[in-house]
Write a protein that binds this ligand. Structure first.
Ligand code: TPP
Length: 612
């Protein structure tokens, strides 16, 4: 069938098993074809094709509400709810979102991007339904990686207690982005092992055959099935949530039988569904490192990932992790909350396995773990994406900063992140970190400064953040030396005005300075490599010039360096930063132009201000 012509999921109700299988095949081909051009979350979506189709066969959206955790795996749902025709614009500026979006479709019951929110959201929607005396189903689909996050235990704790009717589908593909970690993962592993799985399947079939009118005797069946293969002490059952499984997530009979059973339940139910990440595309099926989890465009025949034309450049993540290797000592402990691949830490892990900790998706835990390690005289380096650091705010304030611990936080993906859009933009970290006492916030302009800041951080004694973006830059290596904490650097001299900036904007501002020079305007460019503490001596000198001061930042304007400088200065400092809005998806370049934060716009604005 023509996938682009699907308008809504109603047609699925009438499909036979054979037709469902054909539909899965067509959808997989469609996904591989489209994602090979746009990039996107390939593996998770290939793995969830049958499960999503079965969900739409058994349930009726939008009346029934399906919440996909993270929602990076909601592409099949998007296709079935009439959005296949927009897939050429996936994750692009003004295009189809890579996550569930309520503004895109009434079939999207919730929104996410960050993990492990689906169970709390499902409980909220289910309680609201009951208060409104409605009858719809609420279904949360969550992966084995995401269910390891602490937020889920807060939700499960209440779901099991309240006994509210809702369905949790545990989509277990034995992988997070890279391989799943942790004791819960080990526990699921036991349940997942083949013998147990086959045994369960055969016994279930036997029981179901004894109960032909299954829907009238659901409760009995449930009890009988449960007794057969649920291990005593299994966590979900102990919490009061009916557990079914594991079942084959690529088998329509199993899926439809159990989803129908769950639909009839009056309390909380969890169905443990085993799927294969990347199913149907051999390169993704064999992936153990996570490169096919979120992939850029690729050649679908050879599986070769198409590298951008900046292949002579290196990502900030790689520069930072390589710098750690260069500066390594036995006390340094690198901690990642499930982002080994994205943060380019695999080489470090292989070289220093004893100094590497993957906590799973557990940002809050990772930060307190780091804090306590520092009390044991270790030097923890927590590598964390800016937007996920939002999860760890209290841990930074209450633990790390208040105890003034020597914890280094590598804030990866700060600034505009591009195609992941609103939920992933790294635009809030400066605003939320600046008011915290004791904390040092730095942002290197290039690779040499990055290594030097890391050396400074390793030898410091306070919480030390190093902020870097998702961009790629030239990786230059130089002599490694400490940088005085709180020192700024003059990049160009200029008598007419001062432009203060940091990070990638330092080099990008050179273009602005050059253009202004051609207009006979000489602007001093300052690299504020420390956003906190600031270089008070240098800043006083700048103020004494009595010339306009501009601050240019890839950060929210409220609470930015510029807004802070304004509070301590009697000069009118003009800040160019992100206005009070959530920033959508698109390439960094498109977004900067859209926000009037590209070098051309800044040049025009400064010129206008100076000509007043
Ligand atoms: C709070 C948070 N931390 C990290 C991530 C990055 N992330 C996106 S998907 C993912 C793995 C999810 O694994 P799982 O739930 O098993 O789903 P799968 O992709 O395997 O289907 C991670 C770590 C995130 N989205 N949110």
């Amino acid at each position: 069938m023509k996938i682009e012509e699907i308008k809504n999921p109603k047609f699925i109700k009438k499909l036979s098993s054979k037709e469902l299988t054909t539909l899965s095949k067509d959808i997989r081909e469609f996904l591989i074809d489209k994602i090979s051009k746009t990039g996107g979350h390939l593996s998770s979506n290939l793995g969830i094709v049958e499960l999503t189709i079965a969900l739409h066969k058994v349930f009726d959206t939008p009346k029934d509400k399906i919440i996909f955790d993270v929602s990076h795996q909601s592409y099949v749902h998007k296709i079935l709810t009439g959005r296949a025709k927009y897939f050429d614009t996936l994750r692009q500026f003004n295009g189809l979102s890579g996550f569930q979006k309520m503004s895109e479709s009434p079939h999207d019951a919730y929104e996410a991007g960050h993990s492990s929110t689906s169970l709390s959201a499902a409980l909220g929607l289910a309680l609201g339904r009951d208060m409104n005396k409605e009858k719809n189903n609420v279904i949360a689909v969550i992966g084995d990686g995401s269910i390891s996050n602490g937020l889920c235990y807060e939700a499960l704790n209440q779901i099991g207690d309240l006994q509210t009717k809702l369905i949790i589908i545990l989509n277990d593909n034995n992988m997070s982005i890279s391989e799943s970690v942790g004791a819960l993962h080990n526990h699921l592993d036991k349940l997942r092992n083949k013998n147990n799985y086959k045994l369960a399947k055969n016994k279930t079939k036997k029981i179901l055959s004894k109960f032909p009118k299954i829907y009238n005797v659901v409760r009995n069946i449930k009890q009988s099935i449960k007794k057969l293969y649920v291990k005593e002490g299994f966590i979900f059952e102990e919490l009061g949530i009916d557990y079914y499984g594991p079942i084959n997530g690529h088998d329509y009979n199993d899926l439809i039988t159990y989803l129908t059973l769950a639909k009839k339940s009056n309390g909380p139910v969890l169905i443990h569904v085993i799927t294969e990440k990347g199913k149907g595309y051999k390169f993704a099926e064999n992936d153990k490192t996570g490169v096919w989890h979120g992939v850029s465009s690729f050649d679908k025949v050879t599986g070769k990932i198409i590298s951008s034309n900046d292949s002579n450049k290196t990502s900030w993540s790689e520069i930072i992790s390589d710098s750690i290797i260069r500066l390594m000592n036995e006390d340094i402990i690198v901690i990642t909350p499930a982002m080994e691949t994205g943060s380019k830490l695999t080489k470090f892990k292989n070289m220093y396995p004893k100094n590497f900790i993957d906590t799973g998706i557990a940002e809050e835990h990772a930060l307190i773990l780091a804090n306590a390690l520092s009390l044991e005289h270790k030097i923890p380096f927590v590598s964390i994406y800016s937007s996920f650091l939002q999860r760890g705010y209290d841990e930074i304030v209450h633990d790390i900063a208040r105890m003034n611990s020597h914890v280094i936080i590598g804030i990866d993906r700060s600034g505009i992140v591009g195609e992941d859009g609103e939920t992933h933009q790294g635009l809030f970290d400066i605003t939320f970190l600046l008011p915290i006492p004791n904390i040092i916030i730095s942002c290197p302009k290039d690779s040499i400064e990055a290594t030097n800041l890391l050396k400074t951080a390793i030898q410091a004694s306070s919480p030390f953040c190093i902020r870097y973006s998702r961009n790629k830059i030239e990786y230059k290596k130089g002599e490694i030396k400490k940088i005085p904490i709180g020192s700024w650097e003059q990049i160009t001299k200029g008598k007419d005005a001062t432009l203060i900036t940091y990070g990638d904007f330092v080099n990008e501002s050179l273009e602005i300075i050059e253009k202004l020079k051609q207009d006979n305007i000489e602007v001093e460019l300052v690299n504020a490599r420390f956003i906190k503490p600031i270089d008070t001596l240098y800043f006083n000198k700048i103020q004494k010039k009595n010339k306009p001061i501009f601050v240019y930042e890839e950060s929210m304007k409220i609470g930015s360096l510029g807004s802070y400088l304004n509070t301590i200065s009697n000069k009118n400092i003009i800040t160019y930063g992100v206005e009070d809005t959530f920033v959508k998806q698109g390439s960094r370049k498109e977004i900067l132009i859209h926000l009037h934060l590209d070098p051309e716009s800044i040049y025009n604005n400064i010129k206008k201000e100076l000509k007043r």
